[in-house]
Ligand binder design. Structure first.
Ligand code: PNS
Length: 167
């Protein structure tokens, strides 16, 4: 079965090397992958949608069939607008599964024609999430190997003045 466009949704606040791994795997399977950032005015984010968009675009520039977009509201409505029938989600650990399973079943209930594809992460990224990267960085921990260099630079710009020992 041909699956032209797969949507990889998430908060990506910010994108990490774990997300990039999932995008790479998806790009090898699907004709086109659109990493799609949820715009959620109710949720406080560290980076604006524009910043997250730019960071993701920079990080994925080496993958010609991966594009970056954003959406508001229901994910399945966005997929229908985009004429896509595939949701990509990454799985890191068993603990992800319950939430992901519930979301996949809810999305299937809302839109039976849309299928969720899970891609299992590389074990070296199994502990990685945007929130842990932000936390570790804010307390002075080394995160260079966990995020693309553009993200590392923006984390420094955002948090440098607040790091311990920097006044
Ligand atoms: O990276 P995240 O925060 O785990 O991504 C969660 C996301 C954006 C995929 C999910 O919250 C979502 O799809 N939100 C849009 C609203 C929606 O469609 N909800 C129904 C699915 S339960």
């Amino acid at each position: 079965m041909k699956r032209a466009l797969a949507v990889y949704p998430g908060s990506f606040d910010p994108i990490t090397n774990g997300h990039i791994y999932i995008a790479e795997c998806a790009s090898a399977i699907f004709d086109e992958v659109r990493l799609s950032i949820l715009v959620n005015p109710q949720k406080r984010s560290t980076f604006s949608v524009d910043e997250r968009h730019t960071m993701a675009q920079e990080a994925l520039s080496g993958l010609p069939n991966v594009t970056v977009g954003h959406f508001e509201g229901l994910l399945v409505d966005y997929l229908r607008q985009q004429n896509s029938q595939v949701i990509i989600r990454g799985l890191r650990a068993v603990s992800d599964f319950e939430y992901e399973f519930q979301m996949a079943l809810m999305n299937r209930r809302l839109a039976p024609e849309i299928e969720t594809f899970f891609i299992v992460t590389d074990p070296k990224y199994s502990y990685l999430s945007s929130s842990t990267v932000r936390d570790v960085f804010q307390f002075g921990g080394p995160v260079q190997d966990m995020v693309p260099c553009g993200v590392f630079r923006r984390l420094r710009e955002r948090f440098l003045s607040r790091l311990p020992g920097t006044g």
